[in-house]
Design a protein around this ligand. Structure first.
Ligand SMILES: CC(C)(COP(=O)(O)OP(=O)(O)OC[C@H]1O[C@@H](n2cnc3c(N)ncnc32)[C@H](O)[C@@H]1OP(=O)(O)O)[C@@H](O)C(=O)NCCC(=O)NCCS
Length: 98
C-alpha cells in the first residue's frame, strides 16, 4: 500500500509498505512510480518524503528513484527517537521515463 498526498505541486509520500512475504519483487518501486506519475498528471512537479535514518532498504529504493537527501529532522520518530531524513526529487520530469 502507498499513501501519497498531492499538496499543490508537490507529491508527498506519506507511507509505503509491502507485506513481508512479497518484498524484493519490485512492488514498492512500481507503487512509487505509478502513484507519482498519477500526481504528475494532476500537477506535481516535485516529490518529497521522510524516512528513518536506519531504514537502509527504503533509502536504497528511494535513491534508485532519484530521491536525494536534503535535510534531517532530529529525533523525529517518537518510538525510537531516530532522525528522519528528508528526501526529495526536485524535478519529476524524469519519472515519465522510468
Ligand atoms: C521498504 C519496502 C516498502 C520496500 O518494498 P519492496 O516491494 O520489497 O521493494 P522493491 O522490491 O520494489 O525494491 C526495489 C529496490 O529497492 C532496494 N531495496 C528494497 N528493499 C531493500 C532492503 N530491505 N535492503 C536493501 N535494498 C532494498 C533494492 O535495490 C530493490 O531492488 P532489488 O530487489 O532488485 O535489489 C518494504 O521493505 C517495506 O514495506 N518495509 C517496511 C515499511 C517501510 O519501511 N516503509 C518505508 C517507510 S519510509
Amino acid at each position: 500500500m502507498i499513501v501519497v498526498w498531492l499538496i499543490v505541486d508537490e507529491a508527498h509520500i506519506a507511507t509505503i509498505a509491502v507485506h513481508p512475504d512479497f518484498r524484493r519483487r519490485g512492488i514498492a518501486r512500481e507503487l512509487m512510480v505509478t502513484a507519482i506519475r498519477e500526481c504528475i498528471t494532476h500537477g506535481a512537479v516535485s516529490a518529497t518524503l521522510e524516512v528513518r535514518q536506519h531504514n537502509l532498504g527504503a533509502i536504497t529504493l528511494y535513491r534508485q528513484l532519484g530521491f536525494e537527501a536534503v535535510g534531517r529532522r532530529p529525533r523525529y520518530y517518537q518510538d525510537t527517537h531516530e532522525d528522519a531524513i528528508i528526501m526529495t526529487v526536485a524535478d519529476l520530469t524524469g519519472f515519465q521515463n522510468l
